[in-house]
Design a protein around this ligand. Structure first.
Ligand SMILES: [Zn+2]
Ligand SMILES: [Zn+2]
Length: 146
């Protein structure tokens, strides 16, 4: 893996305290806002904007020894163990990572295109944009309308 030799731009990302930095190719395959209860708890926020990319296109460039992992192989959350920032989750049997868009330093080309797991959305949060909404995963259910 050597993301720095990629022909496409490489984006920087980092945690709150700056101990951990990563580089990721600006080649995200999809991006969404996830409203599931796990993402709410993991982020302490209404939803988690994340972007998915092949795991090989992300590299830790500083602080690899400062990582803290939580979860199993199906949803391993990777944080800075000093400040707790959620950086990405390893998903899809280790082949992909879901990068938390809030941890990016640079602006990616991709934008979240949908809301997922709206069926478990927090009651105190109202979606005010026109992106399609899915009760669970996109593709496994029709948009819920709204
Ligand atoms: Zn940190
Ligand atoms: Zn989620």
């Amino acid at each position: 893996m050597n993301v720095e030799k990629s022909a496409r731009p490489v984006l920087a990302g980092k945690c709150l305290c700056g101990a951990v930095e990563y580089a990721v190719a600006d080649e995200f395959v999809y991006a969404a806002n996830c409203h599931c209860s796990a993402c709410r708890r993991a982020t302490g926020s209404a939803f988690k904007p994340f972007a998915g990319i092949e795991r090989s296109k992300l590299a830790i460039t500083q602080g690899a020894d400062k990582l803290m992992l939580f979860g199993d192989d199906h949803g391993c959350d990777t944080r800075c163990k000093l400040c707790g920032s959620l950086l990405y989750s390893v998903v899809r049997e280790g082949m992909f990572v879901h990068v938390t868009m809030g941890s990016l330093v640079d602006d990616p080309a991709i934008r979240p295109t949908k809301h997922i797991f709206v069926g478990s959305k927090a009651g105190w949060f109202t979606i005010t944009d026109d992106l399609p909404q899915y009760r669970e995963h996109a593709g496994t259910a029709e948009p819920s309308g709204e």
